[in-house]
Design a protein. Structure first.
Length: 293
């Protein structure tokens, strides 16, 4: 692993992953491609303007751009995606273009050793556009593993990253600040959550030890959204903070699944398949996590 390309490297997970890779491997060069100038600047600052980090402003939908950034790259970590459920439902053509077609082009142009595609629990029994595009990403990566056994093609499938940009936590903090109100779909809804540092460590473990053609799922706990709301109010709100329940959005499920029992390609030590039955984070644990963000 000498030259690494990270798509979406200026995002929340990407910045943490790049910093850890630069710290751990003294000779590694990382190319990070993103469309967002401000996020690239934030990424450079977070990584102390390390000379081994090569930022690239570009769009992964452009084949010529991909051909340029993939030159001499031996490892690809594909994080870039259109991920907001509402927007994916409204603009499915854009979600397909970013999440599926760009992935196909990356796989076709890649000639290195290791390719990791980032997926989500919403790919399991997908009910919305975002989950469907991530399901197809998984299928494309595993297909490439069968086509090219001399290279490694793997998937990392995760639930929600605690505190990630654009997450419900960010939105609720903003709502409390602006109007002392939290808008929630359903208090009984459950979601898998993982801390960003734990996920970064897991991805690096997959890079170092992973077997081609596998979907790797890290251990993660479950948060009930009602408990998450209570923790948010205790930390950032007050007795007057209002809770407005609005119901599920299009493409959403009450509970998420991270794996299905018949999926032989999945590698995980999770003891449950569904967030409804997972190990639940206590309110105090949630507050501890929130304190880090």
């Amino acid at each position: 692993m000498d030259r690494v390309l990270i798509t979406g490297g200026a995002g929340f997970l990407g910045k943490h992953l790049i910093k850890k890779l630069l710290d751990k491997y003294s000779d590694i060069e990382i190319r990070s491609i993103s469309r967002h100038e401000n996020e690239i600047v934030e990424m450079l600052v977070a990584c102390n303007n390390n000379s081994r980090l090569k930022p690239i402003i570009g769009d992964i939908k452009e084949v010529d751009t991909l051909g340029h950034v993939l030159k001499d790259v031996d490892t690809v970590i594909h994080l870039a995606a259109m991920k907001h459920i509402d927007f994916c439902e409204l603009y499915p053509s854009e979600a397909i273009s970013v999440n599926i077609i760009a992935t196909m082009n990356l796989l076709e142009l890649f000639s290195g050793d290791t390719f990791i595609g980032m997926s989500t629990d919403k790919a399991v029994e997908a009910t919305g556009c975002y989950g469907a595009t991530k399901l197809l990403l998984e299928k494309l990566v595993l297909e490439q593993a069968r086509k090219e056994p001399e290279r490694r093609y793997m998937v990392v499938r995760s639930g929600n990253i605690f505190g990630s940009s654009g997450s419900v936590i960010q939105r609720w903090r903003q709502e409390i600040k602006q109007s002392n109100k939290i808008t929630i779909t359903d208090l009984e809804m459950t979601r898998f959550f993982i801390g960003v540092n734990a996920l970064v460590a897991f991805i690096i473990q997959v890079i170092e030890q992973g077997e081609s053609g596998k979907i790797y799922i890290p251990f993660q706990k479950v948060a009930k959204l009602g408990d998450l709301v209570k923790a948010m109010v205790e930390l950032y709100g007050d007795k007057k903070t209002k809770i407005e329940v609005v119901g599920l959005r299009g493409g959403e499920k009450m509970h998420e699944r991270l794996l299905l029992p018949w999926q032989k390609e999945v590698v995980s030590d999770l003891t449950t398949e569904c967030s409804e039955d997972g190990e639940v984070l206590s309110i105090e644990e949630i507050k501890d996590w929130l304190a880090d963000y």
